[in-house]
Design a protein. Sequence first.
Length: 184
Amino acid sequence: MPSRLSSRKTRSRVERRPGPSRSQLARGIVAGCLAGLLPAFAWAQPATPTQENFAPQPSPAPGAAIAATPPPATVTPEPDGSCAPLDLSVGQVIVLALPGNAGTGYRWVLVDPKPLLEPDGEPVEVAPAQAAAIGGARLTQWRLRAAQPGEGALRAEYRRPWEQGAAPGAVDDVKRVECRFTVR
């Protein structure tokens, strides 16, 4: 009767094939999956300020009074496109946040905000944390600065940029937003 020890010795050893082991393959797959998820997590983050936002600002002259500029106000219209009237100071910044879906081809377009409101940089698309999917819901945000005193309306349209108007007799499916404001 052969002993256990002798049976172990007689087993042939399986030759190892060249290439990565199973554990190395598993680590590579996990690393690849995590690398693929990084852009989704980056979209879920709020827009980061640019370097120029941190540029040093000139100091006021000694003894000069410092005028307090109100902080930026975020304007989010109602579903019907209306906003509460805005009362702004010259130099005050507002942030207009409009929801949309980038995958449809529709974009929010400002309709002539000048001369009372001037864009303060380019519009930014921000994905809400719960909707970070490609082509999913986005908020388009504009920073606008009150440039001079007066009364006006901030208008925006949600449309496809290549469609300039509805055909005669067609249903106009362009969403519109209008926010009345006064700059003092």
